[in-house]
Design a protein around this ligand. Structure first.
Ligand code: G3P
Length: 230
């Protein structure tokens, strides 16, 4: 499963890429606003500079009218799409957004259908040519829906129809939601810093290691490791 970093903070992005071979970075207007940088294109360029070659950047349009969305996506592609990364333009699945997804896909611009809150809107975005479909798993849970089930249903419906689109699960608050995506064979997830940092590390292993060292030192001497013995 491809795992992307849902954050725009440069320090965190650098640290995450240093730790694991993550597959890219996703942003949205809220995530970008949290960096405090009033120039989002500058922030995105700085993010690209930190990203390994061949990884994916997903960045969202702000416009709400179809023609404006298309112009904005083309501008973003012009500025960000020529480098070492693969650029995906995030377009929210509104009525105007669906139309924009169709137009942009025909122009050969990679689109990620975002703000997906249901199976049918995602299916229609796939039909319109989106490459990725981003259901907001935890936000759906908060609204009283079953976000994991909706993501899995999208995956099943899109595969059954033979569309090219892949689910890019988004909006997670815990490891279980992400594990459910993996078990269902969902191809990609994007995860915020907090749940991302807990995927592999939860502190319990550190406690176990401390106990091992304490026991070993009690028998073999303080600070000793296997290097001290032949
Ligand atoms: O990028 C969209 C999605 O990841 C939103 O996540 O945590 O704001 O629900 P969140």
């Amino acid at each position: 499963m491809r795992i992307l970093i849902d954050d725009a903070d440069l320090t965190k992005i650098e640290q995450f890429f240093d730790m694991y071979p993550y597959d890219g970075v996703t942003t949205n207007p809220t995530i970008l606003s949290k960096t405090g940088n009033p120039d989002p294109m500058d922030q995105l360029k700085k993010i690209v500079a930190l990203m390994p070659e061949g990884t994916d950047l997903h960045a969202q349009v702000l416009s709400t009218e179809t023609d404006d969305m298309v112009k904005e996506a083309e501008h973003m592609t012009e500025v960000l799409g020529k480098g070492k990364i693969n650029l995906y333009i995030k377009v929210p699945v509104t009525a105007n957004g669906l139309k924009a997804i169709s137009i942009l896909s025909k122009k050969g611009i990679n689109v990620t259908a975002t703000a997906v809150y249901g199976v049918m809107p995602a299916f229609m975005a796939a039909k319109a040519g989106a490459k990725y479909l981003a259901p907001y798993v935890n936000r759906l849970d908060v609204l009283g829906y079953d976000g994991v089930k909706i993501a899995i249903d999208i995956h099943t419906a899109v595969k059954a129809a033979g569309y090219e689109a892949e689910v890019l699960g988004a909006s997670f608050k815990n490891s279980q939601q992400i594990l459910d995506m993996a078990k269902a064979g969902i191809g990609s997830v994007t995860v915020g810093s907090e749940p991302l940092s807990k995927l592999a590390y939860n502190g319990i292993a550190e406690d176990a290691v401390k106990a091992f060292i304490q026991d070993f030192e009690g028998c073999c001497g303080e600070g000793k490791t296997m290097l001290d013995f032949e």
